[in-house]
Design a protein around this ligand. Structure first.
Ligand code: NAD
Length: 454
C-alpha cells in the first residue's frame, strides 16, 4: 500500500488543485487517447470483436466527447457559486466552493472496458483528485492499452494504475487505505461487497450497477421505428450493455407486427449470418457464454438461437416468454437474447416490471403523450427514453446513474465533476453590524424570532 500512500502525500502538497494543473492533465490525457486510437481499436476488437465504428460511438469517441466538455467547462465548474442568504443572517454573504475529495478509487467492468474506466477519471481529474484506477481483468487487451496510456501520461504518485483479480486486489486496497471516494461500475452483487468494504471507514461511494431494464411497446407505438431503436442497442456489443433493453413488454394488439419488424431490422443490420458480420460482437468469455446459452431453453425461439462455443458467438435472438419464473426473467441477461412478453393491460405489465424494482433504465414506445407520462411516473428507475432506447446516456447534460439496486449517485458531464467534488458551504458575515437581538438573554424576543425565522 506504500504506492497508494504516495498519492495521499502528493494530494496534500496541493499540486492537483489549480485550474492550470487540472486543465493540463485533461489535455494530456485527451492527446494520449488520440495518439493511441489504433491500439484502442485493435484491443477492443480482440477483447469483444467491436468494430471501429462501434468503438467510436461507445468507447474512445464517447470519451473524447466527454473530455472535450470538461476542458471547455472546467473554469466555470470550478467557480464558487454565490447563493442568497436568509434574513436571520443579514448582512452575511453565502457561497459554495467545490473542493477535491482527495484520493479516489475507480473500479470498472469489462463490457465497455475503455470508456467505463476513463470517463469517471475525467470527473476525478477535473475536480482536482488523485486517483487509483482498477480495470477489469476480463478485457486484458484493452487493459494493456490503458496501462500504456496512463503510465506514459501521468506520474504514478498522481494517477496510479493497479491491475489484478478484483476479488483479491480491491479488498486489499480498501482494507489497507482509507479512500476519500470509491467510484464503482459493475454488477449489483459485487456492488454490495464494495459498499460494505467502504462502510467500515464511512467512505462515500458511487455505485453504477446493473439490473433488468424493461422496454414497453404500447398499442400506440410507431412499430417500425420502435423495432429499429430497440434492436440497435440490444444487439450492440452483443447485448453486453448495462442499459440495453433487457426484455420487451408488448401490447397484444401490436405483438405480431413488432416481432416482424424486429426480425426485418436484425436481418438488415447483420445480414443472413451475423457470425460473418463485421458489426456483430462476441461474448466476453466461456463463463458468460455458458450462462447465456442456458437462457435459450427458457422460451420459444422466434429468431436466432444459434451459437458457436469456439467463437463465443451467440446469434441475435428473439425469444417469446410465457413462464416468468425461468432464469431468463430472474437475472439481468447481459447478452444478445431478447425476451418478448405479451401484455393485455397496463396493470399486468407493471406487475412484471415490479418484480425487479428500480431498474437502471426503462424505455417506453408510444405516440400518446398522456400514456407516456403514465408509464414514466408509474415506475421508479434510473433514467430512460421515450421512443428510444439506451441513448440517453450519450447526452452529457443528463445525469447517468441508477437508484436502489441499480446504483447510487450519477455522473457524465458536469455531474461527474460534482460527484468527485465536495461542496463546501461558506457564510461570510461582516463586522459592521452585530445585532444584540441575536444574543441571550432572550426575554421578550420570541415574537421577533417568530417573524425572522419562518
Ligand atoms: P463485476 O462486478 O464482476 O466486476 C466489476 C469490477 O469489480 C471488476 O474490476 C472486477 O475486477 C471487480 N471485482 C470482481 N469481483 C470483485 C470482488 N469480489 N470484490 C471486489 N471487486 C471485485 O462486473 P462485470 O461482470 O465486469 O460487469 C457486468 C455488470 O456491470 C452488469 O451487471 C452490468 O449491468 C454492470 N454495468 C453497469 C454499468 C453502469 O454504468 N451502471 C455499466 C457497465 C456494466
Amino acid at each position: 500500500m506504500e504506492s497508494v500512500q504516495a498519492l495521499r502525500q502528493y494530494f496534500e502538497t496541493g499540486a492537483t488543485q489549480s485550474y492550470t494543473f487540472r486543465l493540463a492533465q485533461l489535455e494530456k490525457l485527451k492527446a494520449s487517447v488520440q495518439q493511441h486510437e489504433v491500439d484502442i481499436f485493435e484491443a477492443l476488437h480482440k477483447d469483444l470483436r467491436k468494430s471501429k465504428e462501434e468503438c467510436w460511438i461507445t468507447e474512445n469517441g464517447f470519451f473524447l466527447s466527454e473530455i472535450g466538455v470538461a476542458i471547455k467547462q472546467l473554469k466555470s465548474w470550478m467557480q464558487p457559486k454565490k447563493v442568497t442568504t436568509n434574513l436571520l443572517n443579514f448582512p452575511s454573504k453565502s457561497y459554495i466552493v467545490p473542493e477535491p475529495l482527495g484520493v479516489t478509487l475507480i473500479i470498472s467492468p469489462w463490457n465497455y472496458p475503455f470508456q467505463l474506466l476513463l470517463t469517471p477519471l475525467i470527473g476525478a481529474i477535473a475536480a482536482g483528485n488523485c486517483v487509483v484506477l482498477k480495470p477489469s481483468e476480463l478485457a486484458p487487451a484493452t487493459a494493456a492499452v490503458i496501462k500504456k496510456i496512463i503510465e506514459s501520461t501521468f506520474d504514478k504518485n498522481y494517477i496510479l494504475y493497479v491491475e489484478g483479480d478484483g476479488a483479491t486486489v480491491v479488498p486489499e486496497l480498501m482494507n489497507n487505505f482509507v479512500f476519500d471516494h470509491v467510484f464503482y461500475t459493475g454488477s449489483t452483487a459485487v456492488g454490495k461487497i464494495i459498499y460494505s468494504l467502504a462502510a467500515k471507514n464511512l467512505v462515500p461511494v458511487t455505485l453504477e450497477l446493473g439490473g433488468k431494464s424493461p422496454c414497453v411497446v404500447t398499442a400506440n407505438a410507431h412499430i417500425d421505428i420502435a423495432a429499429k431503436r430497440i434492436a440497435m442497442p440490444k444487439f450492440s456489443n452483443a447485448g453486453q450493455m448495462c442499459v440495453a433493453p433487457d426484455y420487451i413488454l408488448v401490447h397484444r394488439s401490436v405483438k405480431d407486427a413488432l416481432i416482424d419488424a424486429l426480425k426485418k431490422n436484425i436481418q438488415s443490420f447483420f445480414g443472413d449470418n451475423p457470425q460473418q458480420s463485421d458489426y456483430y460482437g462476441r461474448i466476453i468469455n466461456a463463463k458468460q457464454f455458458d450462462r447465456l446459452c442456458q437462457y435459450l431453453q427458457d422460451g420459444k425461439i422466434l429468431m436466432g438461437g444459434q451459437f458457436d462455443h469456439t467463437d463465443l458467438y451467440i446469434a441475435p435472438t428473439l425469444i417469446e416468454i410465457t413462464d416468468l419464473n425461468k432464469g431468463i426473467m430472474q437475472d439481468e441477461i447481459f447478452g444478445p437474447i431478447l425476451p418478448i412478453i405479451t401484455y393485455d393491460d397496463d396493470a399486468a405489465a407493471l406487475k412484471i416490471i415490479a418484480q425487479h424494482k428500480n431498474p437502471l433504465a426503462m424505455y417506453v414506445f408510444t405516440n400518446n403523450t398522456t400514456e407516456e407520462q403514465q408509464w414514466i411516473k408509474a415506475v421508479p428507475f434510473g433514467g430512460g427514453c421515450i421512443n428510444n432506447a439506451s441513448l440517453h446516456l450519450t447526452n452529457h447534460r443528463l445525469p447517468f446513474g441508477g437508484r436502489g439496486a441499480s446504483g447510487l449517485g450519477n455522473y457524465h458531464g458536469r455531474f461527474s465533476f460534482d460527484t468527485f467534488s465536495h461542496k463546501k458551504a461558506i457564510m461570510k458575515t461582516p463586522n459592521w453590524l452585530d445585532l444584540a437581538l441575536k444574543y441571550p438573554p432572550y426575554t421578550g424576543k420570541l415574537s421577533l424570532f417568530k417573524k425572522a425565522i419562518k
